[in-house]
Write a protein that binds this ligand. Sequence first.
Ligand code: PMP
Length: 408
Amino acid sequence: MFNIKEIRNQFPILQQQVNGKPLVYLDNAASSQKPISVLETWKRYYEEINANVHRGIHTLSQLATEEMENSRKKVQHFINAKHDYEVIFTRGTTESINLVAYALGNSNFLKKDDEIIIGYLEHHSNIVPWQMLCERTGAKLKVIPMDENGILQLDFLDKNLSEKTKIVSVNHVSNALGIINPIEEIITKVRKNSSALMMIDGAQSVPHFEIDVQKLDCDFFAFSGHKMYAPMGVGILYGKEEILEKLAPFHGGGEMIATCSFEKTTYAALPFKFEAGTPNVGGNIAIGAAIDFMKKIGVENIRNHENELLNYAQKRLLEIDGLKIYGEKANRTSVVSFNLEGIGIASDVGMILDKLGIAVRTGHHCTQPIMEFFKIAGTVRASFAVYNTLEEVDALVEGVKKAQRMLM
Ligand code: PMP
């Protein structure tokens, strides 16, 4: 049974007032709040276990290692990876994508005039690492165009995929507009027309959908813990074993070596080859607790609840004269991104909402190309998580109406 009151009670932060009003937290695409079970897991690690992993003979070190490796297995099953060693702990989606881009560069995987394809809806973290790789190698970056609804124009792939294409990287869900990209179709086209590697930025899909990396048949899948009820500073890179095996490392240092001498270093087995230095053990354990939290409610139930919130928000917001939703007609999840006609600065709306205790994000959402496409500086973005309610959507709508009255 989906019991929203019980779910909300698990989030201490939601019980507070902000600016004298009950907090309405609608900035979940930036970062979600954390349930008690996650906070307790993290705290218990530091209170009872805290020790470095993998190298200790003593009891606490072994316990820390065991718990972190158990958490890795939880991530493995959550995304249905074939092996636990295909799951690499990182700091977040940004680091996961940079890891792949650097490792490919270090492996001489690309040469001059090879091509990398990304989508129009990417977050800067799925644009800049590839641009940097292009600068290093002389490869070229190509972008799948979109139409005015924010829908990617996939015939571009039919015309542009070739043996020159070395990597295709797209997000599953756009953080700026909430649009769900047809990644299954993209992967099918990529497999059919090239031998390129396929990377998915799943930062905005893992919190809302069930993910099966084997069924998707992607080579890499990246996401961040902090958007799925886990602490900040924890991320995941999934990579297919045979590809990870072939890649050169990203960071060098402790933990990632098999043997090290001044003349020659050999690298550790997966996943440690890509996990140099002391990891964020407490956070890496806590992501397992976040997965337990999501599974207990049921990912499908989370998705259905958020869809109800999104549909209701869209319907009610569109009742406001002069309100435009970007990507309104596209298939979306959990995000509604909008502007009010005649009000050029989205942050003015955001500031009024904040005075009412309503937290939304305003600006370009680290997706400047999308803003340029629509010829706007930014949008107001409300984004939902499992603990949001229809009453909170009502509060948002009333707040937006108030902002419109005040700013017009
Ligand atoms: N990709 C997408 C689609 C995102 O929404 C975000 C975070 N807003 C990122 C990448 C970057 O994630 P992080 O900042 O956690 O590394």
